[in-house]
Design a protein around this ligand. Sequence first.
Ligand SMILES: *[C@@H]1O[C@H](CO)[C@@H](O)[C@H](O)[C@H]1NC(C)=O
Ligand SMILES: *[C@@H]1O[C@H](CO)[C@@H](O)[C@H](O)[C@H]1NC(C)=O
Length: 200
Amino acid sequence: MFFASPFVSAALMMLGSVTALPQPENGALMGRQSDCPSGSYRYNSTSCAGCPAGYTCNGGSDTPQSCDTGMYQPNMGSTSCIQTQPGFFTNQRGSVTPSPCPAGSYQPYVQQAFCYGAPKGRFQQQSGRSFLCATCCGWAATLDNNNVNPVNCTGSKPNAWPNSGDGCISSQTSCVHAATCAQAADGTCRKFSFPSLLAT
Ligand SMILES: *[C@@H]1O[C@H](CO)[C@@H](O)[C@H](O)[C@H]1NC(C)=O
Ligand SMILES: *[C@@H]1O[C@H](CO)[C@@H](O)[C@H](O)[C@H]1NC(C)=O
């Protein structure tokens, strides 16, 4: 047996007294303070701990780093953060989960910390969406920001141009009042586009 050799045993005993090797100090092994594996961090002088959710840990002796705004991490023990998907926002560092854009707002881009409000002529009835809906003939969305439901034009002002942010009007012959302007359950709706009758 190799390690049973008296020569090797003597060499190991000599190495054991070399001062560059880890030496106990205050009850801890100093040499272990820089060897926490990736996804964990140094908790105290003898223990590593799993990286908290919302943070990343590169191992070694580094402290946990919080995920930036626009990013999140639901799991412990991570080395990277996740990009917030379109339709959602993450406005605080160290987040565990992103938040859906509320109805009346949207976010078309990844890794964002906020949502855009639906301006005049557009609306969004659902949360967690990456797009806006445009109003139909006979429907309007008049708020400068955060339009949730389109207004159904009725009474003495039963009409509106498509994409209307100007409110309801008394007459309009080229655009028949649509029965509904509501979104389908999957969010499908009339998308914004400039109609040719307004392009001239
Ligand atoms: C380090 O933390 C662990 C887990 O809480 C504990 O068991 C251990 O006693 C601690 N060691 C020191 C040196 O504080
Ligand atoms: C919208 O208004 C019209 C009258 O202009 C009415 O007939 C219709 O039922 C209304 N639709 C909804 C969904 O409220």
